[in-house]
Design a binder for this molecule. Structure first.
Ligand SMILES: NC(=O)c1ccc[n+]([C@@H]2O[C@H](COP(=O)([O-])OP(=O)(O)OC[C@H]3O[C@@H](n4cnc5c(N)ncnc54)[C@H](O)[C@@H]3O)[C@@H](O)[C@H]2O)c1
Length: 250
């Protein structure tokens, strides 16, 4: 097993990429704290893990709250003894409008969750990882953190911020054996893309806009996160791994 004796936190673990990754982490031997604002989905993820012999618990957590993230880290260490892996994955999209039509409230909300949420995850996880002798932080950026797309101002900016914040944290904590990387998924089949799926004009284009000509599955992203979390990635830090079917090449 690739994560034996490791303790992990997964934010956004109630659904999609986070749920799939939490399940995979547990299958590979990690004890997993599942965090999300979605109580029902989070409890379901934990049930899926624990009924298959894994060890996990759910804590309802809003990643924009420093107090709640601190509590999440403390509770994880209380229950499982330490912390080695932090997957800062919770995120939302934005309504597709031009920048001039985007409200400041929406901008603040998207940046708070997608970027500040990652900052808070790093801020509170690092001290515990130092005590554990090191660790691996993985942050969820996006293909849209690496390229611009019309009508995605807040999302573009927040996910681009995650790429450089990842490099910053890699530099600051590398000497303490903490690796910090990001993933940049392309179009993945989760709840976040439901709106695009309903659009009969856009969807045929969006769903094939990469080298492989198809959308990805959450499991295909979880596999990449597992690699970055594991010791197999021991000399990889500060990077952003695209998991986009070649979306950047398109
Ligand atoms: N699916 C894609 O096409 C795609 C592409 C690129 C990046 N991403 C990113 O992947 C990550 C996971 O998204 P997903 O595709 O699994 O979508 P999803 O909607 O299935 O999962 C996102 C989860 O984040 C949770 N969440 C939202 N706001 C939160 C908050 N304030 N605090 C805690 N949890 C919160 C939601 O409740 C949900 O469970 C996101 O950061 C998203 O931006 C997704």
């Amino acid at each position: 097993m690739r994560l034996e004796n490791k303790v992990a936190i997964v934010t956004g673990g109630a659904s999609g990429i986070g749920r799939e990754t939490a399940i995979l982490f547990a299958r590979e031997g990690a004890k997993v704290a599942v965090a999300d604002v979605d109580l029902i989905g989070g409890e379901e993820t934990v049930q899926l893990i624990n009924e298959n012999g894994g060890h996990s618990f759910f804590l309802q957590t809003d990643v924009t709250s420093s107090e709640q993230i601190k509590l999440l880290v403390d509770e994880t260490v209380n229950r499982f003894g330490s912390l080695h892996i932090m997957f800062n994955n919770a995120g939302i999209g934005n309504s597709e409008v031009r920048s001039v039509d985007m409200s400041e409230e929406e901008w603040d909300r998207v940046v708070d969750i997608n970027l500040k949420g990652v900052f808070l995850g790093i801020k509170h996880a690092v001290p515990e990882m130092v005590k554990s002798g090191g660790g691996s932080i993985i942050n969820t950026s996006s293909l849209l953190g690496l390229k611009g797309q019309k009508y995605m101002a807040a999302y573009n900016a927040s996910k681009g911020g995650v790429v450089v914040l990842t490099k910053n944290a890699a530099l600051e904590y590398g000497k303490q054996s903490i690796r910090v990387n990001a993933i940049a998924p392309g179009v993945i089949d989760t709840k976040i893309i439901e709106g695009w799926k309903q659009n009969e004009f856009k969807w045929p284009i969006i769903s094939k806009a990469n080298a492989l000509g198809r959308i990805g599955q959450p499991k295909e992203v979880a596999n990449a996160v597992l690699f970055l979390a594991s010791d197999e990635a021991s000399f990889i830090t500060g990077t952003t791994l695209s998991v986009d079917g070649g979306g950047l090449t398109f």
